[in-house]
Design a binder for this molecule. Sequence first.
Ligand code: NJP
Length: 230
Amino acid sequence: MADNKVLLITGASSGIGAATARAAAAEGWSLALAARSTDKLAALVDEIGADRAHAIPCDVTDFEDQRRMVDAVLDRFGRLDAVFANAGTGGQPGGFSGAPVDSWRKMVDVNILGVAYTLRATLEHLKASRGHLVITGSIAGRRTLPGSMYSATKWAVSAIGYGVREEVKGSGMRVTLLEPGMVDTPFFDEPKPDALRPEDVARSVAFALSQPPGVDLHELVVLPTPPTEG
Ligand code: NJP
């Protein structure tokens, strides 16, 4: 059990982040839950219990907001043991030939800069606590998807994960890069019945977080089982 260690989750208001909050609460973590949707965060805090969970409004594209987020974690809990840099957003169809360029800027801001800002705001605290950083990349950050700026941003997230692991080597910190396949979350406008459930991914994150200090689980590729043939 995590014994009230403190986990900060960005993108905690829905999907993988919210499911991970529930799974981590069951493992004994205290939770700092960050996102823009304060109503959804409030409902999650109610569900988990205000003694264990704390909502922090934050837009990850704003570095000062992320600094305030970390201050709020320390004010409320006085420690920071793990960070799940998970906030992310998808794009629009059309590929490099036709997608609206504004959708690219949004993905770069949230998926790349948002994650980098989270690292910049939290690393000194994670080094001090010999903590654990988990970053949500994607299988789209390991494979080529045709015409996908989303995939390009997730390749950048993979590079951030590899780079920060080298940077903090020797600090006692651990870094896990999570690379899910398709997950049935509000990321998509329509249901994805053949995809993973957010709880499936949350179990993997909880597994990584539950490893003893001497075990550094570098990468978690989590994919749906291919459909049975015949
Ligand atoms: O999606 P969703 P997922 N500032 O839409 C937050 C990656 N992934 O759980 O601010 C702060 O339910 C948003 O909160 P809110 C994906 O790229 C997914 O599937 O309230 N937060 C919400 O909590 C992403 O990195 C799949 O709108 C911001 C959360 O992000 C991660 O998994 C496959 C924000 C998004 O939750 C979680 O996505 C894959 C901002 N500016 C990787 N913008 C998949 N679903 O298939 C967004 O390989 N958020």
